[in-house]
Design a protein around this ligand. Sequence first.
Ligand SMILES: NC(=O)c1ccc[n+]([C@@H]2O[C@H](COP(=O)([O-])OP(=O)(O)OC[C@H]3O[C@@H](n4cnc5c(N)ncnc54)[C@H](O)[C@@H]3O)[C@@H](O)[C@H]2O)c1
Length: 215
Amino acid sequence: MDHNKIPQATAKRLPLYYRFINNLNHQGKKRVSSKELSDAVKVDSATIRRDFSYFGALGKKGYGYNVEYLLGFFRKTLDQDETTDVALIGVGNLGTAFLHYNFMKNNNILIKMAFDSDPEKVGTTIGDVPVYHIADLEKKLDGVNVAILTIPASEADGITDRLVAEGITGILNFTPARITVPEHIRVHHIDLAVELQALVYFLKHYPLEETKQLD
Ligand SMILES: NC(=O)c1ccc[n+]([C@@H]2O[C@H](COP(=O)([O-])OP(=O)(O)OC[C@H]3O[C@@H](n4cnc5c(N)ncnc54)[C@H](O)[C@@H]3O)[C@@H](O)[C@H]2O)c1
């Protein structure tokens, strides 16, 4: 299937769908309706039907979607059979929380190593993840191509340049810095302040039903 044909908004919802469908499969459920899916993942059912039509899952009226088919599709599309190793840079408040969490629900993504500049943290292991000195970044990264940035904003540019030079292709940036990268690198910014502001704005200006449509 041509992934370029799936709109980015749809692609972003795939992991959400996957997690729910996977749970249903564990419970032994064979089919699911778009209404059930909608209630569980909080995306309206028209959007779900449109999303699913992109990957050829056409639900039948009164039957819904076949759980096994969906699961197979999501596994392939999200590369669930392949593990993606991730490096985390900055083992402070936020970074430490991520290391403890380490995406246990998504066992195809693994934070394999972490880096910090604080000698007190270097050499420790947090949630099974070794913390190396940032000076050793180039030596240790070997084969990792996704990084999470949880360092102070002032450090983001310098560290990003080093990551890019080492062949990192995806960065999940939690710092407020707007980092500049070459075109072939994908950066996702997660700015909690912006998300909260957007939430408060929507609460004030849009009735709940309209807000849901924008998910
Ligand atoms: N804590 C939050 O709730 C929160 C929320 C949203 C965004 N952020 C952003 O996430 C980032 C991290 O926040 P935090 O609260 O965890 O900060 P923190 O100060 O607790 O942690 C930052 C860590 O980065 C390390 N560090 C500093 N310079 C480094 C370098 N050059 N190389 C490697 N490690 C280095 C520090 O030693 C420290 O362990 C910040 O940019 C912050 O603005 C934090």
